[in-house]
Design a protein around this ligand. Structure first.
Ligand code: 5GP
Ligand code: ZN
Length: 135
C-alpha cells in the first residue's frame, strides 16, 4: 500500500508518535499549520470515516478526546478538522483528524471564510435535503 500514513504505522517512515491505542495513533504533523498541529489516524487503511468499523471509529474519536486537552492547552482554542474525501481537500487518502491550535492572531477564520458565499436555498430544496438526510 503506497500510503504515507500506513508507512508511518509500519515504521517505514519516522514520525513523532505521541500516543498509540489498539486501533489508532497520534503524531505531530510534519508540515504544521501551527505549533502543536497533531494528527490522529486509524491504524487500518480507510479513506473515509464511514469506511471504518464502529470499534475503529470509537477508538479514533476516543484518542481525539484524549489528545484534545493536551493540544488545547497550547493556545486555549483548537480547530478540529477532517477532510473526508478528495474534493473536500483530503490529500492523504487515509482517515485523519487534524487538531490545530488556533489563536486570534493566526491567518485562518471561521468555517464560512473557506467559501465565497453561503447558499440561499428555497423551501422545497430544504425539504428535499431534509428528506434525503433524515434518519
Ligand atoms: P490533508 O490535506 O490530507 O487533510 O492532510 C494531510 C496532512 O498530512 C497534512 O497536514 C500534512 O502536513 C501531513 N503530512 C503529509 N506527509 C506527512 C508525513 O510524512 N509525516 C507527517 N507526520 N505528516 C505528514
Ligand atoms: Zn494508509
Amino acid at each position: 500500500m503506497d500510503c504515507i500514513f500506513c508507512k508511518i504505522i509500519s515504521g517505514q517512515i519516522p514520525a513523532k508518535i505521541l500516543k498509540e491505542t489498539d486501533d489508532s495513533i497520534s503524531f505531530l504533523d510534519a508540515f504544521p499549520l501551527a505549533k502543536g498541529h497533531v494528527l490522529v489516524i486509524p491504524k487500518n487503511h480507510h479513506q473515509k470515516i464511514q469506511d471504518m468499523s464502529e470499534k475503529e471509529n470509537s477508538d479514533l474519536f476516543s484518542l481525539v478526546h484524549t489528545m484534545i486537552s493536551k493540544v488545547d492547552s497550547i493556545t486555549g482554542s483548537t480547530l478540529l478538522a477532517v477532510h473526508n474525501g478528495k474534493d473536500a481537500g483530503q490529500e492523504v487518502p487515509h482517515v485523519h483528524v487534524h487538531l490545530v491550535p488556533r489563536s486570534k492572531y493566526d491567518s485562518a477564520g471561521a468555517i464560512h471564510s473557506m467559501f465565497d458565499n453561503s447558499l440561499k436555498l428555497s423551501d422545497s430544496e430544504i425539504d428535499e435535503l431534509y428528506t434525503k438526510l433524515k434518519i
